[in-house]
Design a protein around this ligand. Sequence first.
Ligand code: SF4
Ligand code: SF4
Ligand code: FES
Length: 401
Amino acid sequence: MPQYLLKLRRYDPRSGEAAYWDEHRVDLGGRSSVLDAILKVRDEVDGSVGIRCSCQQAICGSCGVRMNGRPGLACNTHLEEAAARDFGVGWNPSEEGDEVPAGVIEVEPMGNMPVIRDLIVDMDAVHWKKIQRVSPYLINQQPVPEREYIVPHENMVDITQSMACIQCGACVSDCLSMEIDPGFIGPAALAKAYRFVGDPRDAEHHERLEDLSEDEHGIYDCTHCFNCIDACPKGVDPMSQIMRLRRRAGTDEKIVDRNNGHRHEDTIATLVRDYGLLHEAEMLPRSYGGNSWFGKFHPAAGQVLLRSLPSIVPAVLRRKVNIKIAVFGHKIPKPDLDAVKKLYAKIEGREQRVELNLYVSGFEDEPEAPPAETHGTGAPQDDGPATSPHELEAASESESS
Ligand code: SF4
Ligand code: SF4
Ligand code: FES
């Protein structure tokens, strides 16, 4: 039986002591879960180890922790998988003759939430508060239909991905925006918001979208870092749900928020269309000026520029920013620029936007396809999203739009 070295981060705020690493060797196979190992330590060695868990089947969402630097469910992560993560976790023999362990796993509490004790974080203080912020319930259209409300199949498929959330908080744990701005509504709550914005039975789509756009900690506060996508054990893909909220708000509902989030997003897309690459000197005027009567030099853009000077000047001095390129733009060959423009014309010329939910595909009454040949392809054989090459192609096209 291989021996894994488990390093548990222990901390009790009431004790006044600093956090420390508590090391234990566990005799378990690599296919046992990290939660199995933690519970073994708790049951056989130290009953005071704090860990929250219930179902042990990746359903209840209560065992979220960080394992070798990555958030996830302890019950859904094999020891060998966690140990294989390249996290630079070292092993130093404490005594002569110490056996080299099969793997070393550091288990820490999730980030962006206060620690209650050891591996248990205060979900009420952050995660649940943010879920409450987005009114996580259906607001019925009036009058309420006398018979059941039949929801079109496409709408159910559209929101099924966000409905798969088990509220584990793993995405919240590693959200870079929340680290900088704890007020950010965050990936889990915004994915929950899409669950109702995408539901035709809800009566307040516009109000919800306006609220989330106008809030300076709302949908435009996400920086597309992709961490929530990597962290989510259920494939909810919170960042994509946020992008959908933005498309609904900016494109469908024509909401231009006071934080200039929509204008800024539009600026990036139109700069690439016009110049082939970002044109830094145009960024602020377009994001703030746009069509306003201030024209190109909106006073707010000047204020932002002044506030940014402490960052810009050192960047210029260290040659991270080239003033000539920033002011006059990048030069890209004409054929390349023409190819970019052609791509934009194709996407913008579509009559209908292609929105695909990769979590669910097909209809229940479709005949079952024969099992795909996956041997030797390296393709995953798990129960992830059923996705055909055509769907992937269409999805990438829709993302780029
Ligand atoms: S993509 Fe956005 S919401 Fe997701 S973790 Fe990054 S900043 Fe947070
Ligand atoms: S979106 Fe995913 S990671 Fe975030 S709370 Fe829901 S299940 Fe957990
Ligand atoms: S114990 Fe329920 S999800 Fe892990």
